[in-house]
Each structure stands twice: as structure tokens, then as C-alpha cells.
Design a protein around this ligand. Structure first.
Ligand code: NAD
Ligand code: UGA
Length: 465
């Protein structure tokens, strides 16, 4: 099947960058990204490239090259579904907050709405591609909805999970470790797989394009995130052991990572992993395993989450105990709010949890983040905490620069590893703080010796105490 027009439903962190790169590498294919969120589409269409709805290094350049040429952002969902031979579903699949599976299973209502919309408006055969991360076997449900509610046209379902990480999305899309495409193991399934392979072949070497059956592809996405997160929880568990024994977790990570069987990536200890996906996808894996009666498998993966929660709480507790068991009315400066550097995404960021725990102890928090807005910070906190909104405003404020955030504070907590934090004028900050001046480096980005020389009391994660 020749693909001339692609429609992607969902103009988020995945839909936007992914389709921008597909359009860049396939100038003869028209790619339209649609969304129900009008404001988001307006932002994607903004002439000022600083106003794109997501911050991702290098994205503005690709948008400048492709937008209006063969990449379009639109609210006209039905028209674009109708006009396209291939439709990607790239909508959010958050953890369910209600009903059966609450707090664990993936909420598939947005995906189902997309399937119903496609069935309703399609007038000819379509290839429907799952780009969202979905529980294994979802393709069967989508196929069922499409076939039962469609007008008799043929729908072929593919699974093409996305592996990009935020902050490095453009590079991850440009040179992916692999592109995974799962499809039906029959003639029409193979034809659909080949059509999608052809699109990626414009820039991805064929040895990096892996084709599988649908269920392997769907499951591999969940397992990939689970393995990555499991490495972080593993090294974070060791960080606590290091603090008790005098070992240094960064030295341990380096030593074990040099074993080529283990490898050095994803062994950086931290205040806990965040982001929209690790927790959600592991919870989903835990839920699926449990639903299938695999209790031991389910418990095994749940431990990754338990350890991550523990790491965040441990960090907050460390601040409390170090500051003589009270932070009430003490100013604590937070450097960073996003869940990692080079993104404005704050979903599940450890900063939110640590702030909430410290506000429970009546601390006054001053936050500086180079990319996250004040509105976002309060939205995050209000969503998590059971406190009334105005109470959070009483205890937290957002500052436009790190120096104002740190001035007169008792302690600095580094929550995000933004590069600019390494090169601050730490002498100036020290002089502006209450003494003793504490630093809790939740990312181990500062040089302990240099910082201690200035006069700070330095606490890194998993560092000798
Ligand atoms: P997002 O929340 O940034 O974007 C989803 C978009 O879908 C929103 O703009 C929303 O308005 C839109 N939407 C929802 N329902 C719709 C509907 N019925 N019709 C039209 N638009 C609709 O989400 P995201 O971060 O882009 O994630 C999307 C999927 O990709 C998720 O399943 C996620 O697990 C997966 N994923 C995310 C990442 C990441 O780094 N964020 C990486 C890999 C995979
Ligand atoms: C992650 C995966 O890396 C992507 O492959 C996947 O596509 C994506 O989830 C997804 O499905 O959404 P992302 O969450 O954007 O990407 O970012 P990561 O770089 O994986 O970082 C996740 C969290 O782990 C961050 O809070 C980060 O600070 C933390 N982390 C990462 C560590 O604490 N230590 C590490 O060694 C690596």
C-alpha cells in the first residue's frame, strides 16, 4: 500500500516530535498531527518557535524546516483521518484513577475514543498504528472496535511503540537503537508492516528495524521501560547501603558498569526516577501479571516502584534530620522541578513529592527551574497534596533565578540535573545563606570537595557521610 498521507492523533511529547522527524525524512508524505486540545494545536502552529508546547532541544529546527511544507498541525480530526491511509494513535494512556484496576491499570478510554472515531469516519481501508504505550493484547480490542463499528472497510493494526526519551528526543528519533514494528502474521499484516518499514527506511538502517508479532511488540515496550527503571531502583537501593558503609555509589556504579555484561548506562543514582511513563508502565505490568495469576512476577516488578517511593521519602527525611529534626519555617531552596534536565515536563517528578513531604513539616520552599512555569509547579503540587490550594501558595514560591531562591535559605536541594547548576557562583550563594549552609545533591552533580571547601555541608546520594 502506498502511503501519501499520515494522520497522527495526539500532539503531545511523542506525537509532535515523532511526526516532525517522519515528515522531515519523507518530504513526499503529508503528515498531519491532530488533537482535541485547541490551545496545544495553536502553540504548535505558533510563528514564535519559543512558544511550541514542549521544550525539546533541536525540535524547533525540524519544525521550522517541515511545518507548512509537509507537516501540519490541525484540530480537524475527522477530515484528516478520512484523508489518510495510515493513522497513528499517540494519545495519553495514564494510570487509571477510578474503578477496577484503579492506581495500576492503564486508562484506555482515550485510545478507545480514537478507535471509535476512526471507525466512524473511515471510508476506505486504513492502517492503524499504535504509537501510545499499551497493555499487551490491546490491538485485539482496537481491531474489534474498528471491525464492529466501522462501515465494512478493512483495518490493519500495527504496534509501533516509541522509545524516545525526553530531553534527547530528537537524537533518539534520528538514530534510534531500534524501531519496533509488530503486526499480523498474514498477507495483509505483512503488507501493512512493509508500508511502515518503508517510511522508517528513509533514514533508519534496515538492521535497526525489527519486525515481530503484535503481542511481542506491545509487551516489549512495557518490558523495556521496566528494565530501565529496575536498573535505577537497583542502584538507588545500593545508594542507601553506601551511606551506611562508607562506599561511594558513583564509584560502585562505575566499577560494575565497566563489566560489559552489565554496561554503564542507567546506573546513575538519583532522588528517584520520574517522568510520565516508568511508574505507569511498571504498574501496568504489575497489574497484567497479577490479573493473569502471576503473583510472584507481579510482586517482583512492584518492588521497583516501592524502592523508588522509598528513595524520594528518604531524601526528604535526610533534609529533615540534618536540619536538626525541624524544617518548620525554614527556607529550603529547590534547584530544579522538571523530572530530568532539558525538558519542561514535570510529570511524576521527584521534586513534587519531596516538596509535599517538606511542606507537611511546614518548610518554606523556594523553587527555581529554568524551564518550568510557576503555574505548572502549583498545578503539580495541588494535584498531589491533600492541602487546600492556598496553603500550598503559603508554603511555596517560585523565583526567577537560583540566587534569589537560595538567598537566606537554610539548605539547597538539587532535584534536577540542569547543566547550569554546576556553574553557579557557589561562593556567592554560600555567602547569602543561613549557616550552617547545607546542600542536598539529589543528582550528585556537584564536586563534593570543591563545595565543602567553600564551607557548605554537602550531602550527596550514596556518598560517604
Ligand atoms: P501527552 O499527554 O503529551 O499527549 C497526548 C495528547 O493526546 C494530548 O495533547 C491530548 O489532548 C491528546 N488526546 C487525547 N485524547 C484524544 C482524542 N480522543 N483525540 C485527539 N487527541 C487526543 O502524551 P505523550 O507524552 O505524548 O504520550 C503519549 C503516549 O506515548 C503514551 O502512551 C505514553 O506512554 C507514550 N510514550 C511517551 C513517551 C514520552 O517521553 N512522553 C515516550 C514513549 C512513549
Ligand atoms: C523513558 C525511557 O528512557 C524511554 O526509552 C521511553 O521511551 C520513555 O521513558 C517512555 O516510554 O516515556 P524518559 O522518561 O523521557 O524516557 O527519560 P529517562 O531518561 O528514561 O529518565 C527517566 C527518569 O529516570 C528521570 O527522572 C531520570 O532522571 C531518571 N534516571 C535516569 C535516573 O535516575 N538515573 C539514570 O541512570 C537514568
Amino acid at each position: 500500500m502506498k502511503i501519501n498521507n499520515i494522520c497522527c492523533i495526539g500532539a503531545g511529547y511523542v506525537g509532535g516530535p515523532t511526526m516532525a522527524v517522519i515528515a522531515q525524512k519523507n518530504p513526499k508524505i503529508n503528515v498531519t498531527v491532530v488533537d482535541i486540545n485547541k490551545e496545544r494545536i495553536n502553540q504548535w502552529n505558533s510563528t514564535d518557535l519559543n512558544k511550541l508546547p514542549i521544550f525539546e532541544p533541536g525540535l524547533d529546527k525540524v519544525i521550522a524546516e517541515t511545518r507548512g511544507r509537509n507537516l501540519f498541525f490541525s484540530n480537524e480530526i475527522e477530515k484528516n483521518i478520512k484523508n489518510s491511509e495510515m493513522i497513528f494513535i499517540s494519545v495519553n494512556t495514564p494510570t487509571k484513577t477510578y474503578g477496577d484496576g484503579k492506581g495500576m491499570a492503564a486508562d484506555l478510554r482515550y485510545v478507545e475514543l480514537c478507535a471509535r472515531k476512526i471507525a466512524e469516519v473511515a471510508e476506505d481501508d486504513k492502517i492503524v498504528v499504535e504509537k501510545s504505550t499499551l497493555p499487551v493484547k490491546t490491538a485485539a480490542a482496537i481491531k474489534n472496535i474498528l471491525d464492529e463499528t466501522g462501515s465494512g472497510v478493512h483495518f490493519e493494526i500495527l504496534s509501533n511503540p516509541e522509545f524516545l526519551a525526553e530531553g534527547t528526543a530528537m537524537r533518539d528519533l534520528e538514530v534510534p537503537d531500534r524501531v519496533l514494528i509488530g503486526g499480523g502474521q498474514n498477507k495483509s499484516g505483512n503488507a501493512a508492516i512493509n508500508a511502515l518499514v518503508k517510511i522508517y527506511s528513509s533514514w533508519v538502517p534496515s538492521e535497526n528495524i525489527l519486525t515481530t508479532n503484535l503481542w511481542s511488540s506491545e509487551l516489549s515496550k512495557l518490558v523495556s521501560n521496566a528494565f530501565l527503571a529496575q536498573r535505577i531502583s537497583s542502584i538507588n537501593s545500593i545508594s542507601e547501603l553506601c551511606e551506611k558503609t562508607g562506599a561511594d555509589v558513583d564509584e560502585v556504579a562505575k566499577a560494575i558498569g565497566m563489566d560489559s555484561r552489565i554496561g554503564s548506562k542507567f546506573l546513575k543514582t538519583s532522588v528517584g526516577f520520574g517522568g510520565s511513563c516508568f511508574q505507569k508502565d511498571i504498574l501496568n505490568l504489575v497489574y497484567i501479571s497479577k490479573s493473569l495469576g502471576l503473583d510472584k512476577v507481579s510482586e517482583y516488578w512492584n518492588q521497583v516502584i516501592i524502592l523508588n517511593n522509598h528513595q524520594r521519602e528518604r531524601f526528604a527525611k535526610k533534609i529533615l534530620t540534618s536540619l536538626y529534626n525541624t524544617v518548620a519555617e525554614k527556607k529550603i531552596c529547590f534547584l530544579g522541578w522538571s523530572f530530568k534536565k532539558d525538558t519542561n515536563d514535570t510529570r511524576e517528578s521527584a521534586a513534587i513529592y519531596v516538596a509535599d513531604l517538606l511542606i507537611d513539616e511546614l518548610a518554606n520552599i523556594a523553587v527555581y527551574d529554568p524551564k518550568v512555569s510557576m503555574n505548572q509547579i502549583f498545578n503539580d503540587l495541588n494535584k498531589l497534596s491533600t492541602r487546600e490550594k492556598n496553603k500550598n501558595e503559603q508554603f511555596l514560591r517560585v523565583e526567577p533565578n537560583p540566587y534569589d531562591a537560595a538567598s537566606n535559605s537554610h539548605a539547597i536541594a538539587i532535584l534536577t540535573e540542569w547543566d547550569e547548576f554546576k556553574n553557579l557562583d557557589w561562593n556567592k550563594i554560600f555567602n547569602s545563606m543561613k549557616k550552617p549552609a547545607f546542600i542536598f545533591d539529589g543528582r550528585n552533580i556537584l564536586d563534593k570537595n570543591k563545595i565543602e571547601k567553600i564551607g557548605f555541608v554537602y550531602n550527596g546520594i550514596g556518598k560517604p557521610q
